[in-house]
Design a protein around this ligand. Sequence first.
Ligand code: HBI
Ligand code: FE
Length: 287
Amino acid sequence: MSTLVNRSGRPDWAIVQDWDGYTAAEHAIWRTLFARQAELLRGRAAPEFLDGVARLGVAADGIPDFRRLNDVLGKSTGFRIVAVPGLVPDDVFFEHLAHRRFPSTCFIRTKEQLDYIEEPDVFHDIFGHVPLLVNPVFADYMEAYGKGGLAALKRGTLHQLSRLYWYTVEFGLIETKAGLRIYGSGIVSSKGESEYCLDHPAPNRLGFDLVRVMRTKYRIDAFQETYFVIRGFDELFQATLADFAPVYARLAALPELAPGTVLPEDRVLHRGTGGKRRGITGRPPPQ
Ligand code: HBI
Ligand code: FE
C-alpha cells in the first residue's frame, strides 16, 4: 500500500461526509451503479445481503447520507459508518472495526471507472459492505476480524489474516437451498464478477476451511481463480471464535498456496477450467 497521508487531522482518520457537497453528476453515477447491480443481483446475492439493502434504505436515488444509514445501522447491530478519505492504515482500519465502526470512503468513481476501480469508493463500501452489517452474526464476525487484525499486526501474521477477509468479506459465496449466492463486497459491487463468480466454468468453488483459506494467496487485479463457499454466516463466525495462535502455528508448518490450487482434501463444489480475467473493484495489494 503506497504511503497514506492523514489529512483528516484526527488519529482515527475520520472526516465529515459532507453529503450536501455531492454534485448531481456524482449522484447520477451512484444511480447507474445501483440500478445495474440491483437488477443483476436479484437471484444472485445472498438473501441476507438483499435484506440489508432493503432495511438500510440504500436506494437508487443517490449517494446515501451516512447520518441516515447510521440511524438504522445503530439500532440493528450497533455498527456505525465513519467517513474516511480513502484507504487508512491497517491499525486504524482494525481499530474501527474492533469498535463496530465501519470506515467508509466518501468519493465516488468516475464514469470511466464504472467497471474497474483500484481502491474502494463509496459505492463499494456502502453498497458492498454496509448492508451485511445489519446482520447480527456478520456484524459479530466483522468486530472479531477487527480484533483479530490488531492481534495479527502484533504477531506479524497480517498477510494470512487478510486472506480470510479477502476470501470471505470481499469475495465470499454462501450455499442456500436455492443454490450458491454472493455475499462478498468485492463481487456485489462489480458487474463483471457478479456474473462470473456463479456462472463461469473457469474458477474453482471450494468449501470454506479456515486454514485452507489463510494459506491461499490472492491477486487484486483479476477475477478470483477460486471462490470459497460457506454453509452459513454461523460457520464463518464460529471459525473466528477459536484462538488463532494454534491456527498460526499450523500455518507456519504448511506451504502457501497459489490462488488456483485444488487440494485432494478440498470440498470441491466445482473444479474450475482455469484461466484469468481482468479485475474489478480492487483493495490494497496483499501483504
Ligand atoms: N482502509 N478505508 C479502508 N478500507 C479498507 O477496506 C481497508 C483499509 N485499510 C487497510 C485494509 N483495508 C486492508 O489492508 C486490511 O483489511 C488488511
Ligand atoms: Fe472492501
